[in-house]
Design a protein around this ligand. Structure first.
Ligand SMILES: Nc1ncnc2c1ncn2[C@@H]1O[C@H](COP(=O)(O)OP(=O)(O)OP(=O)(O)O)[C@@H](O)[C@H]1O
Length: 451
């Protein structure tokens, strides 16, 4: 970034100081705002990396209330902005308060051009380094998948796996809760594979009635059943050369599982009512939110089919497990929908940011996307409120605590429940997994009142 392209927002209501500051920063692209509202509008328009903020803004030009509000709003809107607060001579208390609220630095009036220039320049340098770090962190030199928005280490790790497995022709099983992006990942695998120029055909096994699913997948010959007026290829044949995505594979009826297994083993199909064996070359990707090994134990999913489709397994973390992704996704969706609906750029209020972070997102990314979309439609103001998002109270996990002892206990309890689940409730095996003795294990079970 050259100094010519460096945007600097000066928030100052005094016309004399505005001129002086403009003069101080000749090498910068200086934008001036005289109050909080116009400052936020300029931030949305220009995204200045560095801002100087006079704490005494109208209507409280003699106090600091409006300045602190502006500080909060700017940080809520773009948390990485470097804000340098400008306060009255030796107003140390407010300067420190501003820094504790997230301001980058402070500066006392009257303005010393050299010193202020130095502070602003340093803020830019820091911001540039942070941007570079963020770029390297997000892309890791190995960009995340197209259309997949994430910055969380858990997801980035999963993206690396996808990049590795995509070129191999192996069958992939994508696991993840509903709405985590299983289809999106399946499409990424296709796009990164040698089949990218061929078709990607998706079929949701749970959405099609059992009696229609077979003909939908395998096609049918003319006259195979009432209404079969002409020979019709199925999804598998249509995907020839490309990729077939079988969503909700856990819901596939047993009789069809056998037919699918045969196709996966021999790579030939027979249409319903037909005798001809048709060779098909497709890469198969399956997805489910169900526990297939458990279904296999209950005899509602074929074990041999499970092994066949899970040559490689990719697990997508739930949204609540992804560090930092909820706010990132919320902001991206907000921008997307505001643009799509031709609306002015909305922003999230401080309370809605907190509510988004606290909510457990059982419906994952789809739920977040839908709630933001709805909020953009419903919002009467530029700020999206908690009620626009319909996040008022219900489901919000406000039990989260900062108390370390409580956090440790929650983690301990979770680990015990997980371990017990893994070994079917066998205490000796669970205690081995957890690395504790059996008596300790009994104590823990008692402590957490576990059955
Ligand atoms: N990381 C992400 N970045 C951007 N958009 C995402 C991301 N993950 C999911 N989405 C979006 O969320 C919505 C749901 O994703 P998708 O349909 O792939 O989920 P799914 O796990 O297949 O859902 P289901 O289990 O219900 O079939 C889609 O609109 C998708 O584009």
């Amino acid at each position: 970034m050259t100094t010519d392209s460096r945007k600097l927002l000066v928030i100052e209501d005094d016309p004399g100081l505005q001129t002086q500051l403009k003069w101080c920063f000749e090498g910068y692209d200086v934008i001036i705002a005289g109050d909080r509202e116009s400052a936020l509008a300029e931030i949305e328009k220009h995204h200045p990396p560095v801002v100087t903020l006079d704490l005494g803004l109208p209507p409280d030009a003699e106090g600091t209330r409006e300045g602190f509000h502006a500080l909060e709003d700017i940080l809520a809107h773009s948390p990485h902005t470097k804000i340098i607060v400008v306060t009255g001579n030796n107003d140390r208390q407010h300067a420190l308060q501003a820094v504790s609220m997230g301001a980058y630095d402070f500066f006392y009036k009257p303005i010393d051009a050299d010193l202020l220039g130095f502070i602003v320049n340093r803020a830019y340098r820091l911001r540039e380094i942070e941007d570079e770090n963020q770029r390297l962190h997000v892309t890791g030199g190995e960009s995340p998948l197209e259309g997949v928005i994430t910055g969380s280490p858990q997801m980035l790790k999963m993206c690396r796996t996808v990049e590795k497995v995509a070129p191999a022709d192996a069958t992939v099983l994508v696991l993840g809760e509903s709405g985590t992006g299983k289809e999106l990942i399946a499409r990424s695998i296709h796009t990164l594979s040698g089949r990218a120029d061929e078709r990607f055909i998706a079929i949701n096994c749970a959405a099609i009635p059992e009696n229609l699913l077979e003909s939908e997948l395998f096609g049918y010959e003319k006259g195979a059943f009432t209404g079969a007026v002409k020979t019709t290829p199925g999804k598998i044949e249509t995907a020839n050369g490309g990729t077939l995505f079988l969503d909700e594979i856990g819901d596939m009826p047993m009789p069809l599982q056998a037919k699918l297994l045969r196709f996966l083993q021999e790579r030939i199909i027979e249409r319903v009512g037909g005798r001809q064996e048709i060779p098909v070359d497709v890469r198969v990707i399956c997805a489910t939110h169900k526990d297939l090994p458990q279904l296999a134990r209950e005899s509602s999913f074929r074990e041999d089919l499970y092994y066949r489709i899970s040559e490689i397994t990719v697990r997508i973390p739930a949204l609540r497990e992804r560090e930092g992704d909820t706010l990132l996704l919320a902001r991206v969706f907000l921008e997307k929908f505001s643009k799509q609906m031709g609306k002015q750029q909305h922003r999230l209020s401080k309370d809605s940011l907190a509510a988004i972070e606290a909510y457990p997102w059982p419906g994952n990314v789809r739920e977040l996307e839908n709630r933001v979309k709805r909020a953009v439609i419903m919002a009467e103001h530029k700020q999206i409120s908690v009620s626009d998002l319909e996040l008022g109270g219900a489901g919000v996990d406000d039990t989260r605590t900062f108390n370390l002892r409580e956090i440790r206990e929650q983690a301990e309890r979770q680990a015990i429940v997980r371990a017990m689940g893994h070994v079917g409730g066998k205490i000796s095996q669970a205690s081995e997994l957890l690395g504790v003795s059996r008596p300790t294990m009994y104590d823990l079970i008692k402590k957490y009142n576990l059955k």
